[in-house]
Design a protein around this ligand. Structure first.
Ligand code: MN
Length: 246
């Protein structure tokens, strides 16, 4: 490589500062100690707030046999990742939105038809991250404590909640989500189509079940009700729900 084209450490830092990529400064600068200047110069071109695919909170085999590693390889490794890549691609041309947190971005573009692509990909990132946390290999069973009291007060008892949650998940027509949310003092079960999320409705999300076909088709084919029942009985992460309730 012609050394004339290699950026100096000072140039990298200045370029990073100029683009507001403060987080990238130490990253780029630390790499100047190495010997890969090509990587260094591309590192500072990343958007300062590029959204990332969060790590799965368990091994890809942890939810087997209800949700197999093969399903996770596609659902997390392909679908969830694609939403992240798509959003970062769209935000390259939308600098005013590129600096927002994921939640702020979702709320800002919700209902704006000119930003439907941004909303769909951003909300799907958030919904999926929330979905993975809503599941736990040792989940299921009944909630306890304050959450159990709220379930009983809002639905009558756990079985009535379970019936309502399962019914929402089974009857969401086409792609979408079933949710347990807190709306003020009351808990509610709601369903949303496609990428829609209760996050934009002023409701506090506690748990979700993804009912897009990609969530269950490899393991349950067309039998969505069997997937829903198994998730509710064996995988729901009540500790996560309780933490969300606060
Ligand atoms: Mn999904």
């Amino acid at each position: 490589m012609n050394p004339v084209h290699e950026p100096s450490r000072r140039q990298i830092v200045q370029a990073a500062l100029a683009t507001g990529a403060l987080a990238a400064v130490s990253h780029a600068a630390s790499r100047t100690a190495g010997n890969s200047t090509v990587t260094e110069s591309t590192a500072i071109l990343r958007p300062p707030m590029a959204h990332e695919l969060p790590p799965l909170p368990y091994a890809d085999t942890a939810l087997d046999p209800i949700i197999s590693a093969k399903t996770i390889s596609f659902h997390y490794g392909k679908h969830h990742k694609a939403y992240v890549d798509n959003l970062n691609g769209l935000l390259k041309d939308l600098p005013d939105l590129a600096g927002l947190s994921l939640e702020d971005l979702i709320k800002k573009v919700a209902g704006d038809s000119s930003k439907a692509g941004v909303f769909n990909n951003a909300a799907q990132i958030w919904n999926h991250t929330f979905y993975w946390k809503s599941l736990h290999p040792k989940g299921g069973g009944k909630p306890t404590g304050k959450l159990a009291d709220k379930i009983n007060a809002s639905f009558g008892d756990y079985d009535k909640f379970k019936e309502a949650f399962a019914n929402a998940a089974k009857t969401q027509f086409g792609s979408g989500w079933a949710w347990l949310v807190a709306n003020g003092d009351k808990l509610e079960v709601v369903k949303t189509p496609n990428a829609e999320t209760p996050l934009t409705q002023g409701k506090k999300c506690l748990l979700t079940i993804d009912v897009w076909e990609h969530a269950y088709y490899l393991d349950f084919q067309n039998k969505r009700p069997d997937y829903v029942t198994a998730v509710i009985e064996k995988l729901l992460n009540w500790e996560f729900a309780a933490a969300n309730l606060g």
